[in-house]
Design a protein around this ligand. Structure first.
Ligand code: ZN
Length: 247
């Protein structure tokens, strides 16, 4: 039997012993009831955890949830789950997928991209830029990618002086009259590179040669997400709190 494939982005307890899982695949987001998945001894337990790639089949529930009938773990992402930093970033990735997925239109491309990013995060030493690449490219797939390569007003590719968050792109020196425009060119250049880079060209050596601008670049993306999507990650606030209380 040919199983479908998907990555679980959310798993929550349901009634006594069951779980409701949300997974993403090339067709979109889908939710299933997994009976008995709350029991550690149950064979359904292993393939109902968030951040797991599974093969599965289901039947349509009458008037209610579709019910998972077969499940098989394809990838458990042990390399991510054994590293706290990787795990934090992976949680932010699946949270954004779960929350923003409804706005996506090209799920085949998105699924392939998500699969690839999680593969890289799982296999390689930790690097915080995998998360930034995911967040930057997700904007493109959501149809609201930042315009880094030309002026949003006149289209000029010359003398780009800064980034205008209201318009979602760069401004040239002729068109910019706003002193509050975002000027940190190093951060802009880094994000532009991460936004455009092809994943097949992305190896750990390339990543480790990039400037270390993580907090500034993450703040830029936070601001962009908030402005264009009204989106603030709940998980990132919790993780930040945990990290500050550790120090
Ligand atoms: Zn211009």
């Amino acid at each position: 039997m040919q199983l479908r494939e998907g990555i679980i982005v959310k798993s929550q307890k349901y009634q006594e012993n069951s779980k409701i899982i949300t997974l993403v695949n090339t067709e979109g987001l889908a939710t299933f009831l997994v009976r008995g998945a709350g029991l550690h001894k149950s064979r359904n337990f292993s393939y109902s955890q968030a951040l797991t790639k599974i093969g599965y089949d289901y039947h349509e529930g009458r008037n209610s949830f579709n019910i998972l009938t077969t499940g098989k773990v394809i990838e458990s992402y042990a390399g991510i789950k054994s590293d706290l930093n990787k795990m934090n970033d992976a949680l932010l990735i699946i949270e954004a997928t779960n929350q923003l997925g409804i706005h996506l239109s090209d799920f085949p491309t998105f699924y392939q991209f998500l699969d690839e990013i999680l593969f890289l995060l799982n296999q390689n030493p930790y690097h915080p830029y995998y998360l930034l690449i995911f967040r930057a490219k997700l904007l493109y797939l959501l149809g609201i990618g930042p315009i880094f390569s030309k002026c949003v007003d006149c289209g000029s590719r010359e003398h780009l002086v800064g980034f205008d968050f209201l318009k979602g792109g760069m401004k040239c020196s002729e068109c910019n009259f706003d002193s509050t425009i975002y000027h940190n060119q190093e951060v802009i250049q880094l994000l532009r590179l991460l936004y455009l880079i092809k994943l097949e060209n992305l190896n750990y050596e390339v990543l480790s040669e990039l400037p270390d601008l993580y907090p500034e670049a993450a703040k830029f993306l936070d601001r962009y997400y908030e402005h264009f999507l009204g989106y603030q990650s709940r998980a990132s606030k919790i993780i930040k709190k945990m990290k500050t209380s550790e120090n």
